[in-house]
Design a protein around this ligand. Sequence first.
Ligand code: SF4
Length: 477
Amino acid sequence: MPTAPSTPHQAKYAWSAIARALPAKRPAEERSCDFAEIYGSYDEAAVRAQASRCIQCPNPLCMQGCPLSNRIPEWLALAAQGLFLEAAAVSRSTSNLPEICSRVCPQEKLCEGACILNTRTQPVAIGAIERFINDYAFAHGGLEATTAPANGFRVAVVGSGPGGMACADELIQRGYDVTVFESQLIPGGLLVNGIPAFKLDKDIVARRIDLLAKRGVKFELGVKIGWDVSCAHLQRNFDAIFLGVGAQKPKALDIPGAEFAGVVEALPFLIQKNVISPLVDLPPVDVKGKRVAVLGGGDTAMDCLRTALRSGASDVVCLYRRDLANMPGSRKEYANALEEGARFEFLVNPVSLVANANGAVTEVRCVRMELGAADASGRRSPRPVPGSEFTVPADIVLVAYGFDPVPFPPGSDLAQIATDRWGALKVDENQMTSVPGVFSGGDASRGASLVVHAVKDARKAALGIDRYLHQERRPAE
Ligand code: SF4
């Protein structure tokens, strides 16, 4: 690996002399037998060399591509000089979970996709460098558990996923007394329940939760707000509320046979295979030696494919109705799934399921698709090709068609909050819902989206809470 340039002149041309390189991946045949993270780490020389590929352009497109407007060129310049703690400090100034976003962001669609070097060569490895500097900061005591002077206000954060964690972090740093309510017994929400450990190790999430706790954030686990505890109870005891409850209601599989045995929703399957403690009420799904068909083309579908392979499935195929270019899932995860042995059938739509005499699914009946004109979103709509029906054998069908927010129960006082037609909580420009003092962000208010979007919303909501309480309220007695 070439070493980092030592002069600005050298740095200006480093991108042409140093090829983009990601940290080494474990071989596919090894990693597809376990749930450990698949990427190794750079050494210090390698990360300096990779960071030096940034040309420090005056109008950094990478910052525009990052939903958090991360100050990427600044921390790349510091990393290129070996100033890793300083680089991580700059990175943390705009992101509450940089060590997590760097692992799970689809960088090719965000910061790296916008990098100016794409016009000539390959982009700077922004995600891998962000991961290195922040892991370095954790390992070298660069993150202090400092607490700000108390300001007298109490805020309830509902949900301990990325939005809840980021909002709690922002608020505790401003002197708020923050309590996070989590319905499960393990904090972390989607980051531990939904995202497999081969992409994001559970210890990385636990490390961040520990830091929040050391900073003074309180966690109440196993409490279901809206079900066990009312909104009114929170309003009596807290000055503001942030609802970061995510979106876990699966979009339905609406074809004949959806009720057959062996047809399983993606999220309970992922939780069952990835989390040690039983968090879901689902009979064990045994895929060992079985043929698995995954329906959908998003990141959840990629997670299902790779989890099924790690759980011993004999054949794993993804059935997706558009082509690769229009598939929403991350290209990085698609490539990893391919390497690990998943198969992909593009432009294919399931139309019905076939079962045996015991009511267990045996086949997916499909039709081939072609892409027609672009719809309002700019994506080309798929339409069936007449006479193209065929079948795909499958003992297990995993449904990964995406998620909507879970509605609060009708009797709950949280059900009064205005929602859109998909059940997402409506919020204003400060992330405040239709109920004064109740804020939201992430999947709960925008529908299923990226971790980095949840962090962005949560930061905005924390600012909104700060403004709301300091302009309109006095601390509760
Ligand atoms: Fe890129 Fe995501 Fe990090 Fe932003 S948060 S710099 S998009 S990896």
